[in-house]
Ligand binder design. Structure first.
Ligand SMILES: Nc1ncnc2c1ncn2[C@@H]1O[C@H](COP(=O)(O)OP(=O)(O)OP(=O)(O)O)[C@@H](O)[C@H]1O
Length: 243
């Protein structure tokens, strides 16, 4: 589904991704863990074409996309739904209009169809009766769910999450994680979740990849990772157990 082959990304003299190879399978939920600054977000940006690698290949759905032009990348971007750390909703628009916004921008759809898609997306994230509210009138956790609804309304095949639970309280964290899992299964998406949170990864990932200094130091199922002797993995596990 998504394959990185010997990916290298440098900023000046700093090498952020250092020959990274990874095959992300169709329909799986894969967590990308690593300490700050190891290149997790850079990896996501390479998938959606917001950054291009200096070396290596990126295969998405059978196409090598790393040297695609902006125009060639558009259909790839349509397959990808990116959910950012902060909801970034438009304050002056209602929740309905926030979710409808990208639908209107990407597709010429009759109003009835837009209404249908917005309602379905809000229902999938368990939000009811908030369509006419403004973002400031709902909680932060609900705003995060609206941003998820906005992304899934476009029916992406690939869902990319950049630290979806950072800054959330434990109850909302659990709810958002459950939602990531439920949506990925229900919509049959391939989901890549960048995170610091080993607990979340252990509970919902099919596979976990741990990055250090731009390279993969561990890759496996939650059970395999739990048995890992790799120091960085043990550190993440120790932290998870104390939460
Ligand atoms: N556009 C850019 N220009 C220069 N350096 C960049 C750019 N984007 C990222 N970097 C650098 O690349 C490194 C990896 O950044 P990245 O955001 O991928 O880290 P991360 O693993 O997601 O960290 P965090 O968990 O803190 O978000 C950092 O040192 C960062 O400063």
């Amino acid at each position: 589904m998504i394959e990185f082959k010997n990916l290298v990304k440098k900023f000046g003299t700093r090498t952020v991704l250092n020959g990274l190879s990874l095959n992300i399978r169709e329909g799986e939920i894969i967590f990308v863990l690593g300490t700050s600054g190891t290149g997790k977000s850079v990896l996501l940006k390479n998938i959606v074409g917001l950054m291009t690698p200096d070396e290596g290949e990126i295969w998405i759905d059978g196409q090598e996309v790393s040297k695609f032009t902006e125009d060639q990348y558009l259909p790839i971007r349509k397959k990808c739904g990116m959910v950012f750390q902060h909801p970034a909703l438009f304050d002056s628009l209602t929740i309905f209009e926030n979710v409808a916004f990208s639908l209107r921008r990407h597709y010429q759809l009759p109003e009835t169809e837009i209404t249908e898609k917005v309602k379905t997306a809000l229902k999938l994230v368990h939000l009811h009766g908030v369509e006419s509210k403004k973002p400031a009138q709902i909680s932060y956790g609900m705003q995060k769910r609206v941003s998820l609804a906005r992304t899934i309304a476009l029916q992406p095949k690939i869902l990319l999450f950049d630290e979806p639970t950072t800054g959330l309280d434990p109850v909302t964290t659990t709810a958002v994680n459950q939602l990531i899992q439920d949506l990925s299964r229900e919509l049959k998406t391939t989901s890549v979740v960048v995170s610091h949170d080993m607990n979340c990864a252990l509970s919902i990932a099919d596979r976990i990849v741990v990055l250090d200094k731009g390279q993969i130091v561990a890759l496996g199922t939650p059970d395999e990772l739990k048995r890992s002797e790799i120091p960085l993995v043990r550190d993440f596990l120790a932290e998870a157990l104390t939460v």
